[in-house]
Design a protein around this ligand. Structure first.
Ligand SMILES: Nc1ncnc2c1ncn2[C@@H]1O[C@H](COP(=O)(O)OP(=O)(O)OP(=O)(O)O)[C@@H](O)[C@H]1O
Length: 313
């Protein structure tokens, strides 16, 4: 079977900064791949190279078997890419916008009319199809933007943070629509800071840190990398959370720890609740612990373990 997407040895430097180094992975048709990484890890640079917006310094990208370097037009015609910024004509209706983009793709008029109907259904906007886009909410605009990227039935869809700033109803419509498309055989590359979305949608996840793909696997496989370690979250009342975090990291059995918002620290600990007395004792002189939460290992804990940072920092 031809991979929906295959890339290998992708690298890109900005001056002395190696933004992406030797990244490679494959996605089968009907497979969803989540790309996770801390801020500045190299996700956007990787995606820009995969969709042909940025020329790699080295490496190869094949979309449904078409080599980007040898035949960029064929490769591009198999890609659906939804940028973060909405690119629509506000004075046109959703249907008119889709018609415009469909003509740009060169879709024949008759087939396009039917395809627009299908796409409107997929993004759950059939009932608003003939209203001007200027009357839409931000989430509805995002949905039409996704719809525009689907008109030509791409082999791979790239969604970069599609649910940022989107209302819950649109978020649900986006996630459901994407699931349906993947079930229908489309490949998906998905980035999000919402780990629960990645857990729900993505069969495999790649974790990028400092420009390198440092781990890859199903969410379950990634979680198993951290062994039986638990995640402990402490809410502290303190003037100096950094000092408190340092003291906690010095406790034997604490393998990772980060500050996660005002007065909150997240730790990966070997031994779970049995370590609690030692944790509380460690910060007794500098902080009052106002809440404690112990959670089983999950994808977020795996991410923290592997990168030493939280996804939303
Ligand atoms: N055009 C550019 N010129 C110089 N440096 C850049 C450029 N674009 C990105 N970088 C740098 O390359 C690194 C990777 O950036 P990139 O945007 O790919 O990260 P990211 O994982 O998408 O981050 P975020 O989650 O914050 O969007 C960062 O250090 C960034 O500052």
């Amino acid at each position: 079977m031809t991979a929906a997407l295959a890339c290998a040895g992708l690298s890109k430097a900005y001056g002395d900064l190696a933004a992406v180094q030797d990244v490679g992975f494959e996605i089968e048709p009907g497979e969803s791949y989540g790309l996770l990484g801390p801020n500045g890890a190299g996700k956007s640079t990787t995606i820009s190279m995969l969709v042909g917006l940025l020329r790699p310094d080295s490496g190869k990208v094949l979309i449904d078997g078409k080599d980007f370097a040898a035949d960029p037009i064929a490769a591009k015609s198999k890609i659906g890419y939804v940028p973060q910024e909405v690119a629509l004509y506000p004075d046109l209706t959703a249907r008119e916008n889709l018609r415009y983009f469909g003509r740009l793709y060169g879709l024949p008029r008759k087939a396009l009319a039917a395809r627009i109907g299908e796409v409107l259904d997929l993004v759950s906007l059939t009932d608003r199809a003939d209203d001007k886009v200027s009357t839409y909410s931000g989430g509805m605009k995002r949905r039409i933007n996704i719809g525009a990227a689907l008109l030509h039935r791409p082999a791979v869809l790239f969604l970069d943070e599609p649910t940022v700033g989107v209302d819950p109803q649109s978020r649900m419509a986006i996630l459901n629509g994407v699931e349906e498309l993947v079930a229908g055989g489309m490949g998906l590359v998905y980035t999000s800071h919402y780990i629960e979305e990645v857990e729900r949608l993505c069969k495999r996840v790649g974790i990028i840190d400092h420009g390198k793909l440092i781990a890859e696997g199903t969410p379950k496989e990634l979680v198993s990398l951290i062994g039986g370690d638990d995640r402990v979250e402490l809410t502290l009342d303190t003037d100096d959370i950094e000092v408190a975090l340092k003291l906690l990291l010095a406790v034997e059995g604490v393998t990772e720890g980060v500050q996660a918002g005002a007065g909150e620290v997240r730790l990966i600990v070997d031994g779970g609740r049995s370590l609690l007395p030692a944790l509380l004792a460690a910060v007794r002189d500098v902080a009052a612990v106002t809440a404690v939460r112990i959670a089983e290992p999950d994808l977020e804990a795996a991410f923290l373990f592997l990168t030493g940072s939280t996804l939303r920092d």
